[in-house]
Design a protein around this ligand. Structure first.
Ligand SMILES: NC(=O)c1ccc[n+]([C@@H]2O[C@H](COP(=O)([O-])OP(=O)(O)OC[C@H]3O[C@@H](n4cnc5c(N)ncnc54)[C@H](O)[C@@H]3O)[C@@H](O)[C@H]2O)c1
Length: 358
């Protein structure tokens, strides 16, 4: 395992559910500049089992107690979407830096409140859009910024597969569940339309913005058949680039995530793998300057570990924030709300005019 730096960010992970078990607990331990200092979950059985495996210095049942621990520098908020903003606000009040899972929140207003309150502090808040730490996607973004010149078109897509778990069950540890876990009222995942947009659309929208810049408005269409959902979304980027985003869940085919970007001096195509493979996207950046393709190979592609390393480097060394910021998180939620409103009204929706939730 990579040796640890002399200075490590002491992280407290809130939530010991699936995403903590599949990603954050191990990623904190593997990150070169972070330490899994504390874990927290109300479910005693789950927390105790995770403490036995991952050996944090301390474990807390109560989130307020973890926040009161002066040795906790930062928290990772790995709990249900509906709890993200309240938990992040609490962390802020306690003076802790925050890495919050995506989506930032479930309503535009709550995300804006968090963004505005955070603006008054020097605390770092990063949203868990781990794809930004995929070396292929980061390379594509750099190529687009440095070489592509004016852009004309961006297409990106995200299809989750009906066979997804056949693949991912082999890649992830066997999850430990608890009947005592704290969950939001009702069953938010029962509304598939909403759940797919928040859970998967949050990646699609963020990657499109990461590569293409801010989105000003969109027009979305939705078709639901045989339990499958297909959103075709026509997007206007702030620089005038035309965009097409495509979200289909679940497809009777392979998981697919990718993008194409076309510009004055080149083009980019990218095929993104399921993050659990820890494999860099296959990205081809074609430049008219040398009429050759450029791509990365052999990079560390553990996106969950790298996002923690980026977060820690911003806090400890003042490095520019490579991950999604609060503005990015808010903009993604606005885009997802705009998708929902556009489907309802069959009209073009400006992101700066949306309110409410998905
Ligand atoms: N970035 C990714 O690739 C990715 C992948 C999957 C899930 N996610 C995100 O991760 C988040 C969490 O997902 P999950 O499936 O692990 O959630 P979950 O609800 O199954 O588990 C959360 C755990 O946190 C605990 N908890 C919640 N609030 C608490 C509190 N106030 N105090 C103490 N414990 C508390 C619960 O008891 C539960 O055990 C979601 O927002 C989801 O969108 C991200």
């Amino acid at each position: 395992m990579t040796a640890k730096d002399e200075r490590c960010l002491r992280i407290g992970v809130l939530g010991c559910g699936p995403i903590a078990q599949f990603a954050h607990l191990e990623a904190c331990r593997k990150a070169k500049n972070a330490e899994l200092y504390a874990i927290c979950d109300l479910a005693d059985d789950l927390r105790e089992r995770m403490a036995a495996v991952h050996q944090p210095k301390v474990s807390y049942r109560d989130y307020d107690e973890m926040l009161a621990d002066p040795l906790v520098d930062a928290v990772i908020i790995a709990i249900a979407d509906q709890f993200h903003v309240p938990a992040a606000l609490k962390a802020h009040e306690a003076g802790k830096h925050v890495l919050v899972e995506k989506p930032l929140g479930t309503t535009v207003e709550s995300c804006r409140e968090l963004r505005d309150r955070a603006a008054a502090t020097k605390l770092v808040v990063q949203v868990g859009n781990n794809r930004r730490f995929d070396p292929g996607i980061a390379f594509a973004r750099q190529f687009i910024a440095d070489e592509m010149g004016q852009r004309i078109a961006l297409k990106s897509w995200y299809y989750d597969s009906v066979y997804r778990y056949t693949m991912t069950d082999n890649l992830q540890p066997i999850p430990v569940a608890s009947s005592k876990s704290l969950r939001p009222e009702g069953d938010p995942k029962a509304d598939r339309q909403r759940y797919y947009v928040l859970g998967h659309g949050s990646h699609l929208v963020d990657t499109a913005r990461f590569l293409g810049g801010p989105i000003v408005g969109l027009h979305a269409r939705l078709l639901e058949r045989f339990g499958a959902y297909c959103w075709f979304i026509a997007v206007d980027f702030a620089d005038g680039t035309l965009g097409h985003l495509d979200l289909q869940i679940p497809v009777r085919g392979d998981f697919q995530e990718g993008f194409q970007v076309y510009g004055e001096n080149g083009s980019v195509t990218g095929r993104v793998h399921l993050p659990w493979f820890h494999k860099s996207s296959d990205v081809e950046c074609f430049s008219t300057k040398d009429r050759q393709f450029h791509r990365v190979l052999g990079e560390d592609a553990h996106t969950y570990k790298r996002q923690i390393e980026g977060f820690a480097a911003t806090i400890l060394d003042g490095r520019p924030q490579a991950g999604a910021s609060l503005d990015d998180g808010l903009a993604a939620v606005q885009a997802m709300v705009a998708i929902a409103r556009s489907v309802e009204t069959a009209g073009f929706i400006r992101l700066d005019e949306v309110s409410g939730g998905v």
